[in-house]
Design a binder for this molecule. Structure first.
Ligand code: FRU
Length: 473
């Protein structure tokens, strides 16, 4: 790859040319994962929104199919979702992929289109739009099938609320309820909703989760993904913890996250856009802008009476693992350098480690390169947090909003597990089996090919440490 492409990820989805933001219309059908996305085919800045299309059978390697839905007299094509209409409720044909999106002009309205050839071509519904409003921000329709009431449900982001509609035929929609006032974070507009049911680990219970992307107002500025846990009866979503704000990812580059419709084996697989509206148009790539996050399987876990989303890298990622370098257990009481651990890597690897604390107050390490650029990560045991500091990570001159130290709450314990996915210009951290996730972009002038550990206030042991090359290198 040329130097101009040095930030292009090897195992994350990115457009060959042009601008991408939100993942749209993710739907699984006949063994194929479809990914549509907000796409500007004419340049690598936001504008002229279309839906691009790609497919995969393993969620990792993607085939590009170009444009799926293009602007028309109603406007450009904003975010939305797809369903498989198995029973032909809309009358377009059994097994049609039906897409819902926002037509955006000086107003925002909801439209639909359908595909009878597995997403290759879409026909727009003749009676678009299917929903209009006097609200300015009225967008991002997410449609799901609700088994108990045998109805389709649409969640729409409207200003700083979600509106919930129902339908029998995907064409005629009835407003059932609104959700949002007094709930969660309201630092910006609510966007890109999702509504899903997840099992609570260790129980027979299932609970409903309402995903609500928010811009701005995220925990580290700009855009971020919050969620609510509760019940949904086909009409109304009730948040079981109205006083809490819950974040799905504690980095600065995780947005517009929604899940696959019709995923196999009851899986709930999420995908986000790996950027932040604060600087997405300014990051130092030219040919393309933005990649998606890794695919992540969602479940629920309980901690001190609260239910949270657990975010695990999708198991398909294990198949990417190439050559492994394992390190024998070692103790850290001051610093510990591992010069050659990552030295032959091209910046595309996974690190899996287990740390056992003895009496350290801070457990930390830096990923760094020969240019003096480094990303520091550390557990601060007194604060009960895991931090990632990219302020010295490489190029940040394109935006003063880019330098950041992000932090995730971590439950105390002697043993901590961490999986890190590095892919040229991104780092995704998953702690304690997915109890926290943290996604941050980085723009180092050369890959981070060394790692060094340190301890403050005591010592700890790294009881297991493996680096896997990922992808093609
Ligand atoms: C979220 C968003 C959506 C909108 C789309 C436009 O990132 O602002 O609300 O549909 O991007 O590209």
């Amino acid at each position: 790859t040329s130097n101009r492409e040095k930030f292009r990820p090897a195992y994350h989805f990115s457009p060959v040319y042009g601008w991408m933001n939100d993942p749209n219309g993710m739907v699984y059908k006949d063994g194929v994962y479809h990914l549509f996305y907000q796409y500007n085919p004419y340049g690598s800045m936001w504008g002229n929104m279309h839906w691009g299309h790609a497919t995969s059978t393993d969620l990792i390697s993607w085939e590009h199919h170009g444009l799926a839905i293009a602007p028309d007299a109603l406007g450009t094509i904003f975010s939305g979702s797809c369903v498989v209409d198995k029973d032909n409720t809309a009358g377009f044909g059994a097994g049609a992929i039906v897409a819902f999106y926002t037509s955006a002009s000086d107003r925002q309205v909801q439209s639909m289109a359908y595909s009878l050839d597995n997403g290759k071509t879409f026909k727009k519904y003749a009676r678009n739009p299917i929903l209009t409003s006097t609200q300015r921000d009225f967008r991002d329709p997410k449609v799901i099938w609700h088994e108990n009431t045998k109805k389709w449900i649409m969640v729409l982001a409207v200003g700083q609320e979600m509106e919930i509609y129902s339908s029998a035929d995907l064409k005629n929609w009835t407003l059932e309820s609104k959700f949002g006032e007094g709930q969660g974070a309201h630092g910006g507009v609510w966007e890109c909703p999702d509504l899903l049911e997840l099992p609570v680990e260790g129980t027979e219970l299932k609970k409903w989760v309402l995903i609500c992307n928010l811009n701005p107002g995220g925990p580290f500025g700009g855009s971020a993904t919050q969620y609510f846990v509760g019940t949904f009866d086909g009409k109304r979503f009730v948040n079981e913890s109205p006083a809490m704000t819950k974040w799905m990812d504690w980095g600065k580059d995780h947005y517009a996250t929604v899940t696959w419709s019709n995923a196999p084996q009851g899986r709930v697989i999420a995908l986000g856009w790996m950027s932040n509206w604060l600087y997405a148009n300014d990051v130092p790539t030219r040919q393309f802008r933005s990649a998606n996050t890794l695919p992540r399987d969602l479940t629920l876990y309980t901690s001190e009476g609260e239910t949270y989303v657990k975010v695990s890298p999708s198991p398909e990622l294990l198949k990417l693992r190439g050559k492994a370098e394992k390190k024998r257990a070692f103790k850290v009481d001051r610093t510990y350098d591992m010069d050659n651990m990552l030295s032959d890597h091209a910046g595309t690897y996974e690190i899996e480690m287990t740390v056992r604390n003895k009496d350290a107050k801070v457990i930390g390490f830096q990923l760094f390169n020969s240019k003096g650029e480094e990303v520091e990560m550390y557990y601060d045991l007194a604060a009960g947090k895991f931090f990632m500091d990219r302020t010295k990570g490489g190029d940040w001159t394109f935006s003063k909003e880019f330098p950041a130290i992000t932090a995730a709450p971590v439950e105390g314990g002697v043993e901590m597990k961490l999986r890190l996915f590095v892919d040229k210009s991104s780092i995704e951290a998953f702690g304690n089996g997915g109890r926290f996730a943290m996604t941050n972009l980085v723009f180092p002038t050369e890959p981070y090919n060394r790692i060094s550990f340190y301890a403050k206030g005591g010592s700890y042991s790294v009881t297991s440490f493996t680096v896997y090359r990922l992808g093609t290198n």
